[in-house]
Ligand binder design. Structure first.
Ligand SMILES: [Zn+2]
Length: 232
């Protein structure tokens, strides 16, 4: 059962087990950012909180972010994410969004920042009004999945460096896993940690995740799950 938590006047987070998604309202429209893991009723939950016309934006298409997509005929997503989305049986029409696109909710603009690496079409959203970065799975202090199809660790690090260029425009980060909010100081730490793994400078522990033998790297600020061969 999802738990709805109000963050401020017109912003909510919906906690769905170990993942969360967000509802952001402007003066004219409301945006659901992701649709959860076990919440096919994500749309109903959102419509219970606002009467505004509702749109859906997906930060990426991993299973734990799209469970409520079926209730939307169309939604915003990076076109680079289409293969990942369709491979999971995802339906509906993708309204493509890319770096620099602005989704205006009415006095509240969400700017798209490309974040490829965790998945090819991962994006983050900069809520200009609230000075908040909604980071998808790129920036978070929980477990960051970087193994398997669609992942690219060098690109992930480049994307973290890229989002850091916007650091003057946000004060807090709303992630989909781990704690909320987290501060911008997490980003350089993730760059450092992922870099150490890539350079073979970190020690991982062999674990099995959903039937995959992978390496778990624990840092004080986050954990990474990577291919056995990475950095070797
Ligand atoms: Zn996730």
């Amino acid at each position: 059962m999802a738990e709805v938590v109000r963050i401020n006047q017109d912003t909510w987070r919906i906690e769905d087990g170990n993942v969360r998604f967000y509802l952001l309202c402007g003066a004219e429209r409301a945006a659901l950012v992701d649709s959860g893991r076990d919440t096919p009723d994500a749309r109903q939950i959102a419509e219970g909180l606002t009467d505004l016309p509702l749109l859906l934006i997906n930060t990426h298409a991993d299973m734990d972010h799209i469970s409520g997509n079926g209730a939307f005929d169309e939604f915003y997503m990076s076109p680079a994410e289409e293969e990942n989305y369709r491979s999971r049986g995802g339906s509906g029409t993708i309204l493509p969004v890319r770096e620099g696109d602005r989704i205006d909710l009415g006095g509240r603009v969400l700017r798209v920042i490309d974040q490829p690496g965790h998945t090819p079409g991962s994006i983050a959203l900069l809520d200009e009004r609230d000075r908040v970065l909604i980071s998808g799975d790129s920036v978070q202090n929980g477990r960051i999945f970087l193994f398997g199809r669609f992942r690219n660790v060098p690109l992930y690090i480049e994307s973290l460096k890229h989002v850091l260029e916007y650091a003057g425009e946000f004060d807090e980060i709303y992630a989909m896993h781990g704690s909320v909010p987290v501060g911008p100081e997490l980003i350089p730490k993730l760059i450092e940690g992922a870099g150490r793994i890539l350079r073979g400078e970190a020690e991982g522990e062999r674990v099995n995740v959903f039937g995959n033998e992978v390496l778990l790297y624990r840092f004080p600020y986050a954990e990474f799950l990577c291919e056995l061969t990475l950095g070797k």
